[in-house]
Write a protein that binds this ligand. Structure first.
Ligand code: CAO
Length: 467
């Protein structure tokens, strides 16, 4: 049995790096270049690839450990039989006492580390063809490129300002050498994969499930979409151009993905909010004293929270395999906010546990933060369901697109007074048009119908919200 000890390589001048993730556990079988652990310095996140194939026997560090000493042992791997046999044939390896062997392996590991870019090197942009030529002329190996990862420390992510660690489209891609090689072998563009690791790093499993989904998708779903022909609009009159905002581009990508992946059904109804409006207007002064504006939106959020509690199907997320689901036990709602820079969806958490005033205050605060560009990524994560209210803007109805992986979204249009037959006569009532879009893979028409009927009932008689 041959044990390879993987050690801390040259840290390229970084004073201290932290182990932020262990990607293997004792007993795991690893391939050459498979990431063993992820290190992070002040400037970069780096993956330490395995120099050998074998089985992990011991991990000598823990997540959160700070390491500084070059040569300190990190992981022990029992080398695969074939590799061990090759090593056994090496007289330098087989001869001599155990200490000699250990020294030899340590120097081999150091050689591997030396072969790789040091931390400083890896933070530089990928080497240019010129530097590769120069290296070749000098007789040494050309410097590694993104296509040709070396063994040793690999940058998993770098300070975006330094311009490396990006895919062809210019977006940051966080993936280690093993994953990059796997993706290359499978012909997958890493930029298309959403990483599930820390900092959205792309893991081996992400590549595998991406390929599985592609294979299971109906024959060439993406490829079958006919391209829209490019038109020279200037032929027909004066034009000007512009760029979508960053948020606009993200929204476009998300909406397109959802539109292509999710079979949407949209169901319509209207809630009689005459009593709600009377109640709301009666509290206008109270609201003013609290420094708030009491609009219908907090009542709508609250009604959705109660209906989600009673119709948990709408609070599920479909598993990546398409055959399982996650049932959320919390009720966080996304709320679409129209801003100068585009559509943002902050998340109001635990709506079921909050009162109307608390919700009104939070809606105002989140909408203000969205419009001031102060939302952080975490403020927009974790929603179970979204409410998109165009009530203040107008319109009699629209079919909202689901914010996947959520399975439902409620579109709210402008309320107006209409004559409603009460059995004896037409009476003026304030009706609020509602449209519920749901993912028909998860939510059946009956589920959607029950949910929307309950929302309508709750808004028509807000006393029921207390129950
Ligand atoms: N019908 C009639 N009036 C409505 C209404 C409705 N459904 N909803 C709100 N209003 C009224 C409010 O009561 C308020 O009037 P008063 O001051 O007289 O009461 C007025 O419209 C302005 O409301 P507001 O927009 O300031 O606040 P809000 O709570 O209604 O909405 C927010 C907050 C953040 C949801 C909203 O400002 C917003 O950004 N909506 C756009 C969402 C969006 O873009 N969705 C599309 C996504 S898909 O592309």
């Amino acid at each position: 049995m041959t044990i390879e000890t993987v050690r801390v390589p040259d840290l390229g001048g970084a004073e201290e790096v932290e182990v932020i993730e262990l990607t293997v556990a004792p007993g795991d079988r690893v391939e050459v270049d498979q990431t063993l652990l992820v290190l992070e310095s002040e400037k970069a996140t780096m993956e330490l690839p395995s120099p050998v194939a074998g089985v992990v026997t011991r991990i000598l560090v823990a997540e959160g450990d700070k390491i500084a000493g070059e040569g300190d042992p990190l992981v022990e791997i029992e080398v695969a039989a074939a590799a061990a046999a090759v090593e056994a044939e090496d007289p330098q390896e087989s001869a001599g006492p155990a200490a000699e062997q250990e020294k030899s392996r340590a120097s081999k590991a150091a050689a591997v580390a030396a072969e790789a870019p040091t931390l400083k090197e890896s933070e530089k942009p990928a080497s240019s063809p010129r530097s590769r030529d120069e290296a070749a002329r000098g007789g040494g190996d050309p410097a590694p490129t993104a296509e040709e990862p070396s063994r040793g420390l690999q940058p998993a992510s770098v300070d975006p300002a330094e311009g490396a660690g990006r895919d062809d489209s210019g977006s940051a891609v966080y993936a280690g050498p093993y994953v990059r090689r796997l993706a290359r072998e499978l012909g997958v563009a890493l930029g298309e994969i959403e990483g599930s690791g820390p900092r959205r790093r792309i893991l081996k499993e992400d590549v595998q499930s991406f390929v599985r989904r592609r294979l299971e998708a109906p024959a060439a779903a993406g490829a079958a979409i006919p391209a829209v022909p490019e038109i020279d609009h200037a032929r027909f009159g004066p034009v000007s151009g512009g760029e979508l905002t960053r948020i606009g581009r993200l929204t476009a990508a998300n909406m397109h993905r959802s539109w292509l992946n999710v079979p949407h059904v949209t169901q319509f109804d209207a809630a009689d909010i005459t009593e709600l409006e009377t109640f709301r207007r009666a509290r206008a002064r109270d609201a003013e004293e609290r420094g708030l504006k009491l609009t219908p939106v907090p009542f709508i959020l609250k009604a959705c929270a109660v209906a989600l509690r009673d119709n948990p199907v709408l609070n599920r997320a479909l598993g990546g395999d398409g055959a399982s689901f996650v049932q959320r036990e919390y009720i966080h709602l996304g709320m679409a906010v129209d801003t100068d820079r585009g559509l943002l969806v902050p998340v109001i958490r635990d709506v079921d546990r909050k009162g109307i005033w608390e919700l009104a205050a939070e809606i105002t605060a989140q909408a203000e933060r969205a419009r001031a560009g102060k939302l952080q990524v975490k403020d927009m994560q974790g929603a179970c369901f979204t409410v998109s209210s165009l009530g203040a803007i107008g319109g009699r109805g629209f079919t909202p697109i689901i914010n996947t992986p959520e399975v439902g979204i409620l579109g709210v249009s402008r309320a107006g007074v209409q004559p409603v037959w009460n059995g004896t006569e037409f009476a003026p009532r304030t009706l609020l048009p509602l449209a519920l879009s749901y993912d028909h893979r998860v939510v059946n028409g009956a589920d959607g119908g029950r949910f929307l009927t309950q929302v309508v009932a709750l808004l028509s008689d807000i006393r029921a919200l207390l129950l």
